[in-house]
Design a protein around this ligand. Sequence first.
Ligand code: EPU
Length: 433
Amino acid sequence: MDKFIIKGGRRLEGEVTISGAKNAAVAILPAVILSDEPCVIENVPYISDVRICIKILREMGAEVTSLGKDTYRIDPTTINKFCVPYEYARKMRASYYFLGALLGKYNKARVSMPGGCPLGDRPIDQHLKAFTAIGAKYTLSQGMIDLTADKLSGNQIFFDVVTVGATMNAMLAAVKAEGLTVIENAAKEPHIVDLANFLNSMGANIMGAGTDVIKIRGVEHLHGATYAVIPDQIEAGTFMVAVAATKGDVLIKNVIPKHLESITKKLEKIGVNIEQFDDSIRVWVDGPLVKTDVKTAPHPGFPTDMQSQIATLLCLAEGTSIITENIWEQRFRYVDELRRMGADITVNGKVALIEGTGKLMGAPVKACDLRAGAALIIAGLAASGVTEIEDIFHIERGYDCMEGKLRALGADIEKVSVPDKAEEKPENDKAAV
Ligand code: EPU
């Protein structure tokens, strides 16, 4: 088991380069299944969710070759299995994209019910609604979802809630369905546009991605393409907050500033300076940090995936801030850990009240999900003393070499391996010898 040890109190300074977006990559890699030829995918982040995606593709029979640090050539023409087993799906929620991609290509799919971060109830009813609307039938048994279709035909799909996953899955499943599919109340996140751009680069006909109505005219064949994943909006936002929390000064490179607007606006209200360039932004702090209120919402609103990080910053600001979480009911689980570091936060349902104390103190803490882990790193960087973060496998699901990038900015952070408690043998315990 690995953990991070952070000696806090160092300003972050210098330059950092953002990796490809997790939530785009985990859909684009399965989307390659739809192609009749090999594809090359660039700017793929080195994170465990991506490694699981690649294992699943290989297990299915695809040939995946690494062409350097962040580039893969994937040949889907050798796929001969159409199943994602529990051992992979339990580790990565995005395994549900294999449902849409396999259904769209082969008219059948068998995927274990997905796992992922524990954020509360995570239904997939809207995914199933989309698949059935275009002609698939499904059964759920022993934790497996089986999809089959004689033929997929375009149809109207109206989502009851705005959902990123179901919007992407509907696109994957409908891209080759006969006729026109119209998705209404679609999610508008940058990764939805990225997936549509990738599918279109393979010959798909998708219009309107990035608005709430997406129109897909089915095509018979998709050809190979070379495509670069967009930069990770949430990784960039996490670094922006980390710089602010340490009152640092950093140029964050390989970003799309437009994707960061809601984060930028909130940080400016808190007192953070931000200067935008074409594909980079400079973030620095030269004055006090002040309270603000944040409500999470689907894009272009403030992303839920940045909620715990900004909450940490607000602990370091002056005044009382209110955070309202509108997407995931269990996204305040990190609060108990931050309290161990001296934070004054009261949670009532989906609202958290933060009394900014201006300081945090190092403590042993545990990451309970990916973004909670990122928030604890930020807290550790800004805190006085030493912070030890356990369960960092959550963080490694979605951040590409977080500690290396932070060290290059001057942070005192190291990853250490500690023996698994179950494997520890008590000293002087003769029975254990
Ligand atoms: N929902 C339903 N039914 C469905 C699907 C979703 O009711 O069939 C509800 C959910 O319960 C939730 C809301 O709709 O309340 C939004 O869920 P969404 O489907 O948008 O979430 P997701 O696709 O499962 C993705 C990201 C999450 C991110 C959310 C919201 C991936 C792999 N995951 O999840 O990312 O929080 O969108 O933006 O893209 C993360 O990166 O830390 C993370 C959790």
